[in-house]
Write a protein that binds this ligand. Structure first.
Ligand code: CMP
Length: 138
């Protein structure tokens, strides 16, 4: 698998009915949706996904925000997928995100910043396999 990234539309963005607009932006930016599912994270599963942040002061709130309702998980393909996707979504803190980015348009706050994108090719593969079997990623 090359040129893929993993993304989740976060619960508040789904609740705020931004899923359609976000998916449209992703496709129009040249990404191909390889796999997609709406699902839930429990507090425990959210903790596993974000294990790297477990010592950070925001870990508890991050787990709560990510497990409050449905998420949309997806695997996306494009040349230079990881870096190009992070450009499309904008800075982690929407206050610092460029105009026209997904987080600037749709995030509620730093804690609820609309969407996740992998930060490396290795993490893209790890995160994709957290949600999808290899046979689901065509
Ligand atoms: P995400 O890219 O999904 O990765 C970890 C998440 O932790 C991040 O988006 C933010 O929504 C959340 N978060 C909450 N507080 C902070 C913080 N102070 N610094 C970085 N990330 C934070």
């Amino acid at each position: 698998m090359g040129n893929i990234t993993f993304s989740m539309i976060k619960p508040d963005a789904v609740t705020d009915k931004h899923s359609g607009a976000i998916l449209k932006m992703i496709e129009e930016a040249g990404f191909r949706i390889k796999a997609l599912k709406m699902t839930n994270l429990t507090d425990e599963r959210a903790g596993q996904f974000y294990e790297v942040h477990k010592e950070r002061p925001f870990y508890g709130e991050l787990k709560a925000v990510m497990s409050k309702s449905h998420i949309i998980a997806m695997v996306l393909e494009k040349e230079n997928a990881v870096a190009d996707f992070r450009k499309l979504i904008g800075a982690t803190n929407p206050a610092n995100a460029d105009a026209g980015t997904i987080r600037k348009l749709f995030a509620r706050s730093l804690e609820s910043n609309a969407i996740h994108g992998s930060d490396s090719d290795e993490n893209a593969r790890i995160e994709a396999s957290f949600f999808f079997a290899q046979t689901e990623i065509y």
